[in-house]
Design a protein around this ligand. Structure first.
Ligand SMILES: Cc1cc2nc3c(=O)[nH]c(=O)nc-3n(C[C@H](O)[C@H](O)[C@H](O)COP(=O)(O)OP(=O)(O)OC[C@H]3O[C@@H](n4cnc5c(N)ncnc54)[C@H](O)[C@@H]3O)c2cc1C
Length: 319
């Protein structure tokens, strides 16, 4: 029996949503025991009832993220649970803690994983390679593996199992190394509306949008559709929009139902963040732009001509 331990974090008592993606991935394995290490403050473990989780090891008393303290808390949980596979979300916290965890314990590490499966030889993970142009499978030869699952790569687990959850709760005790990294200032994301990662509709703009002011056309369309605005790195680098709007390999990974790409060429590094979008619509003056090979619908024209008409028509239909 494989013991999979998923790691979750809680701020204001609520566990992060990506933990339920990890549980979903773990449940696709047969013959497994599933546990959770939950780190944070005032964690509500009731949230984990009904997902087939057998044990939850809670390290409480950490009110805000701090790499060393979180790492020590996760290590404490892992020492108690003895995992074969440790699943963390490949978000900013996971990407910071995963490698440290693997080094401290001598485990294997697999980052940016999009799929994982059990084989006779052991755990096999799938990762995108060559900037998302291909996928490669890797076999874990070590005993224990730390796997960073790309956010949105797996559906969240559905509630079904009525397994009684065993809960062990400890209060975090600081050690000499805690506090080596201190949070000096927290900047609030100025973005309005739905977070990009959770948006069902995204209107994203690239270099072809031409200026900061012109992004208002995209904002208007997003408003009409109840969606969010995103951007390519070229638009971010030009200073037209905040870095928090960047989508792609070095930005957010999104999974909307509808992705409207405006003046975006479709570089592999951009598309790496959009591969889970259900429907892609592209507006681009260049009929040869790579974006058209990803798009279900394409409009070859100047967005200055298309967007105002499209926005008006949609406003009419949706009102
Ligand atoms: C290590 C690394 C990581 C990277 N990470 C990211 C990432 O996370 N996200 C990301 O986006 N990029 C990333 N990049 C950059 C990426 O390679 C591309 O350079 C970038 O995505 C290009 O952005 P773009 O499509 O907006 O610009 P361009 O490639 O310049 O495309 C602009 C498009 O606009 C069209 N256009 C021009 N005028 C109009 C108009 N009036 N109407 C309609 N269409 C018009 C053009 O035909 C063109 O296709 C990364 C690169 C590297 C090396």
């Amino acid at each position: 029996m494989t013991h999979i331990v998923t790691v979750g974090f809680a701020s204001d008592g609520k566990l992060n949503k990506s933990l339920f993606e990890l549980i979903g991935a773990a449940k696709s394995f047969e013959n497994t025991e599933l546990s959770v290490v939950a780190v944070g403050s005032t964690i509500d473990t009731n949230e984990l009832v009904g997902y087939g989780v057998k044990k939850v090891y809670v390290v409480d008393g950490l009110s805000e993220y701090q790499p060393e303290s979180y790492l020590n808390a996760v290590l404490k949980g892992l020492d108690a649970l003895k995992a074969d596979i440790i699943l963390l979300s490949g978000d900013s916290i996971g990407r910071e803690l995963g490698p440290r965890l693997a080094i401290r314990k001598g485990f294997s590490l697999f980052s940016d994983v999009i799929k994982l499966k059990e084989t006779n030889q052991g755990l096999v993970v799938t990762k995108p390679v060559y900037g998302g142009k291909a996928e490669a499978e890797f076999l874990n030869k070590g005993e224990t593996a730390v796997v960073l699952l790309r956010p949105k790569a797996h559906d969240k687990a559905l509630k079904s199992d009525d397994v009684a959850v065993e809960i062990e709760k400890v209060t975090f005790e600081a050690s000499g190394f805690d506090g080596l990294v201190r949070i000096i200032e927290k900047l609030k994301d100025e973005g309005e509306g739905v977070k990009l990662e959770d948006a069902k509709i995204i209107v994203a703009g690239g270099r072809g949008v031409g200026s900061k002011e012109n992004f208002s056309y995209l904002e208007e369309l997003a408003l009409v559709l109840g969606g969010s605005v995103g951007a390519s790195r070229a638009a971010v680098d030009a200073g037209w929009v905040s870095t928090t709007l960047q989508i792609g390999q070095t930005g957010s990974i999104v999974a909307p139902d509808l992705y409207i790409a405006v003046g975006i060429s479709g570089a592999t590094q951009h598309m790496a963040g959009v591969s889970a979008a259900k429907h892609i619509v592209a507006i681009n003056t260049d009929a040869e732009a790579p974006i058209f090979s990803f798009a279900e619908y394409g409009i070859v024209d100047d967005y200055n001509v298309i967007l105002p008409v499209l926005t008006e028509k949609l406003r009419e239909i949706l009102s």
